[in-house]
Design a protein around this ligand. Structure first.
Ligand SMILES: Nc1nc2c(c(=O)[nH]1)N=C([C@H](O)[C@H](O)COP(=O)(O)OP(=O)(O)OP(=O)(O)O)CN2
Length: 142
């Protein structure tokens, strides 16, 4: 089995609603997303012969997934009052609403699923919130 790894990153703010501790407040992270894809069959086209997938393709696809979150405030649906959300948007702030609590674990699963939906056989998605804190998702056990 061949394994390829790509990495992308984005800077964004988030907060953990109903969290007892400093993370309930809006704060930022330099999120690093690592994707490990695998496969046995290498390409046979002139351009990609001997490659599972061109690194530039993989890198580009991962970047396209993370890019919309860059320099936005990521919040879980239902955790910002409509008035707060609308005021921020009216003042030109970029917001990203997501249907899950913005933890590293949930993001790892989210990126795993987004890459899988593009056709990649994803072995693992890892999300770093800080240089020392990361969560990985490897899919559901069979
Ligand atoms: N299992 C998880 N635990 C926590 C998560 C998470 O996503 N998964 N997230 C947070 C907060 O978002 C927080 O920003 C990160 O945790 P923390 O270690 O407190 O952050 P720092 O590294 O900045 O802490 P310092 O000790 O001040 O350096 C909390 N937990």
């Amino acid at each position: 089995m061949f394994y390829l790894k790509a990495e992308s990153s984005f800077d964004a703010a988030h907060f953990l609603a109903h969290y007892e501790g400093k993370c309930h407040n809006i704060h930022g992270h330099h999120w690093i997303v690592q994707l490990r894809v695998c496969g046995e069959a290498l390409q046979d086209t002139v351009q990609e012969r001997g490659m599972l997938v061109d690194f530039s393709q993989l890198k580009g696809d991962l970047k396209a997934i993370v890019e919309p979150m860059d320099h936005t405030l990521i919040y879980e649906a239902g955790t910002l009052r409509a008035g707060t959300r609308d005021a921020l948007a009216e003042d030109g702030f970029s917001l990203t609403e997501i249907p899950f609590r913005p933890t590293a674990e949930h993001f790892a699963k989210y990126f795993f699923e987004r890459a899988s939906a593009l056709g990649y056989h994803v072995a693992e998605a890892t999300v770093y919130e800080t240089p020392n804190n990361c969560a990985s998702y490897t899919g559901e056990e069979d």
